[in-house]
Design a protein around this ligand. Structure first.
Ligand code: FKS
Ligand code: ZN
Length: 695
């Protein structure tokens, strides 16, 4: 099993800077790198990483993406006078040259390649390269936006060429559009490029028409370029998480990459003067976590932008700490995406519905000319007038936000409660309650859950579970796994204890059609999501969510789609303190889908997940423990389309719940209310299916 996180950094890359006055370039300073690296050192994270030296990218490496003429031109810059450098710079937009930048650009690209080598050869599982200059704007024959060579594009080509990697996913969470990456892979279906970026209807740099949602890729590459334009500033955690759940992740799972590269720019975080967004640095822990079960965990993050030094350093630490496997912090209050984000999401999903079966059911644009463009432009002009009259807005850099809480992993990662004769999996701790339970609790357990009051085995299991849950609440244990005689009883017992004695909300995720504790959900302290192949007879409520997958778990696509598009957003919005994952009898999905589910759920509740398995399912103990320990789940393979029945029932469910759970929304307000009403009240489900364009 590959483990370890690489950190690639070299001080040499701080040794160039802007030598003249240029307001567009003054934010790109050497301190960006030093503060990021120092924060990693100071927090002890750097020490936990495997430090890998940089190297210079060779000419052959650079030529994987750039033209010979361009390389030759850049090669001359170390020998130029200041005047020559200025003049050379003028032919490009928002970039500067320096006598040492060619050397640094070779190191930056080389650092990305060293990272790819370390991950692909199994020396480490994942890693991050801290580099300058950044790369994602540079094009075949042009520098742009502080970028000289396209580090990540070169890394993708290199991985394909050297390791025969078939599919690469590039996630560009920098707040600028990496047009250089887009141009490089536009017609290439083996590289899926995803970018979100501040766009403001083409008013924001680089102000390109082709950064909009309708640039989906060309020829064979159609569908493999995904642009999410942000048409407003101030996007928050919810907006980012929503786009991951409803767009990036479903497509990424369907694509099934062999390698994930991240254009890791942190100008998308709060406080950044360029991005002017409001996402907390902690959100990068979640974005990172959500990508870590793709490609068997092979993830390489390469620094791009980030200009608020405080926010940048915090965001880098969140990313690296997550790569190291520490549980993500509790997500901030995710109140759902804003209207503008929903509109963008809707436009991108509909532009891509013909290419990805996970998006087939996404709504069409309501009418051909409602793109986010025209309608919004008109509105915006109005707004600007009002803004001028108002007070001067606070600048992004004056924004204050709380420092992310220190993430202290519990002393025990995974504790197990197993019957005699079942070996404790490597890396787990056999759980024995350290002190006796309160006799009152023991009596209550006996009364409520034991058929036979003298059944000491059953009592000891239940007592252990209760004690374990308490340890998890105290953050002494992160996750747990129990093999029990009767999962239903164990589930009821944990839920009841949590509801009465614990402070935290519990998310119960139940696989199988057994009876669930739906009656305890009313006050919202418990939320139950039940996957089964039967229609539920329970009373539906905001906190009891039956997900019916008709083909059971035979259809992995349907299952994963429900996990990504329903369970995760719901879980993120509900923000439990404990996740109880219950697998009833022999009804769960295949091993890899089960591991994906377990891995993804660890992003909630600071990784506090307790898994209950039925005693007969001993063979599941090993793989489940491995997921709880943070090992990446195996890939599911390229996913086929989910069955129309499953899609239909999921969409109906989403439709019912989206008023209560804002993170389940995928469309803006501009789909007509009439269509909404038709959907819920007038049409049969068969009719619904024929009208995918309506919802
Ligand atoms: C100053 C205008 C600056 C250029 C922005 C370049 C952004 C570069 C970046 C990278 F990741 F490449 F570093 N316009 N008000 O952040 O995307
Ligand atoms: Zn940027």
């Amino acid at each position: 099993m590959r483990t370890g996180t690489a950190l690639i950094y070299d001080e040499e890359m701080t040794k160039y800077k802007l030598l003249w006055v240029d307001p567009a370039c003054k934010i790109e300073v050497p301190e960006r790198l030093t503060v990021s690296h120092e924060a990693l050192v100071r927090s002890g994270l750097a020490d936990r990483c495997v430090s890998i030296p940089v190297r210079e990218a060779t000419e052959a490496d650079i030529l994987l993406v750039h033209s010979e003429e361009y390389l030759e031109a850049v090669k001359k810059t170390p020998h130029m006078t200041l005047e020559d450098l200025k003049e050379f710079t003028l032919q490009y937009g928002d970039v500067y040259f320096h006598p040492n930048i060619y050397r640094c650009a070779k190191l930056a690209a080389g650092a990305a390649l060293q990272l790819v080598d370390s991950v692909m050869t199994g020396k480490v599982r994942n890693g991050m390269a801290l580099v300058r200059p950044p790369g994602h704007h540079s094009m075949r024959s042009a520098a742009s936006g502080f970028c000289v060579f396209n580090n990540v594009a070169i890394a993708a080509q290199y991985a394909k060429q050297k390791y025969g990697v078939k599919r690469v996913l590039i996630v560009d969470w920098d707040i600028h559009h990496g047009q250089g990456v887009q141009y490089c892979f536009e017609d290439d279906p083996s590289v899926l490029y995803f970018s979100w970026h501040r766009y403001e209807h083409q008013k924001f740099w680089p102000q390109l028409r082709e950064s909009d949602f309708d640039s989906v890729g060309k020829e064979k590459g159609a569908g493999f370029n995904i642009n999410v334009p942000w048409n407003k500033v101030g996007m928050q955690d919810s907006d980012y998480v929503s786009v991951f759940c409803h767009l990036l992740l479903p497509v990424a799972y369907e694509f099934c990459p062999d390698l994930v590269l991240v254009c890791a720019g942190f100008d998308s975080a709060i406080g950044d003067p360029e991005g002017e967004m409001c996402a907390a640095p902690d959100v990068f822990a979640h974005l990172t976590h959500l990508l870590m079960n793709l490609a068997g965990g092979k993830l390489c993050a390469v620094l791009e932008g980030g200009y608020n030094l405080t926010s940048l350093a915090q965001s880098v630490c969140q990313t690296v700490q997550t790569l190291l496997g520490d549980p993500a912090p509790r997500p901030a209050d995710l109140a759902g995406p804003c209207k503008s984000a929903l509109e963008s999401l809707h436009c991108v999903r509909s532009a891509h519905r013909q290419y990805w079966s996970c998006l087939k059911h996404a709504a069409d644009l309501p009418s051909p000319d409602i793109s986010t463009k025209r309608v919004k432009l008109a509105e915006e002009e109005d707004e600007e007038v009002t803004l001028d009259k108002g007070e001067e807005e606070e600048s992004a850099e004056e924004k204050v936000w709380p420092e992310p809480l220190k993430r202290v992993p519990p002393p025990t990662r995974t504790a197990v409660v197993l019957p005699d004769g079942v070996a404790c999996p490597d890396g787990c701790k056999n759980f024995r309650p350290s002190e006796d339970l309160d006799p009152l609790i023991v009596n209550k357990l006996k009364e409520d859950f034991l058929k036979d009051a003298d059944d000491s085995d059953a009592l000891s299991t239940l007592s252990s579970l209760v004690a374990l849950v308490e340890k998890m609440e105290k953050n002494e244990v992160c996750s747990g796994l129990a093999l029990v005689r009767d999962v239903s009883v164990a589930m009821m017992c944990v839920v009841q204890h949590a509801a009465s004695a614990l402070r935290n909300r519990v998310l119960v995720v139940c696989l199988g059609d057994g009876k669930v504790p739906s009656h305890v959900t009313e006050d919202g302290k418990t939320c139950v999501v039940q996957f089964s192949d039967k229609e539920s007879e329970e009373q539906e409520s905001k906190y009891y969510i039956p997900v019916c997958l008709k083909k059971g778990y035979g259809d992995v696509s349907g299952f994963i789609q429900a996990v990504l598009g329903l369970l995760l957003p719901l879980g993120y919005e509900y923000d439990p303190g404990l996740v109880l994952l219950v697998r009833m009898s022999d009804s769960g999905p295949c091993e890899s889908a089960w591991q994906q589910l377990t891995g993804l759920l660890l992003g909630l509740a600071q990784g506090h997940t307790l898994v209950l398995l039925q005693e007969g399912e001993r063979t599941r103990v090993g793989p489940t423990a491995s997921s709880l320990l943070g090992d990446p789940a195996p890939s599911l393979g390229q996913l086929p389309a989910p069955t129309p029945e499953d899609v239909e029932s999921m969409e109906r469910l989403r439709h019912r719940l989206k008023a209560d759970w804002k993170l389940l929304q995928t469309t803006g307000d501009f789909t007509t209310a009439a269509a909404d009403i038709n959907l819920t009240h007038c049409l049969t489900s068969a009719q619904l299916l024929k009208l995918p364009g309506l919802y």
